[in-house]
Design a protein around this ligand. Structure first.
Ligand SMILES: [Zn+2]
Length: 84
């Protein structure tokens, strides 16, 4: 596995975000996001933040979204119309 500082440098060098995962809090970069990554919808349902590549975080985000009535699927589904 690549050391975290290498990924941090890579993100900075190529303009990707470097942010904490909204589920586990681990720092990760935009270049690590895959189509498998879920996005955690905010409480007001207006925004969503992609989670880190850990599959457990996608499972947790999906469960939290569904629990609150949001059915957003996938990090690249931001054009999906959000439920009111
Ligand atoms: Zn995570």
């Amino acid at each position: 596995m690549t050391p975290r500082w290498v990924d941090r440098l890579y993100a900075a060098a190529f303009g990707f975000f470097w942010l904490p995962c909204p589920v586990c809090g681990r720092m990760f970069g935009g270049h690590e996001v895959t189509i498998e990554c879920e996005a955690l919808v905010s409480d007001d349902g207006k925004t969503a933040q992609v989670v880190c590549p850990d599959p457990a975080c996608s499972v947790e985000a999906r469960a939290r979204n569904l629990k609150r009535g949001f059915a957003l699927r996938g990090a690249f589904a931001f054009d999906v119309k959000m439920p009111k």
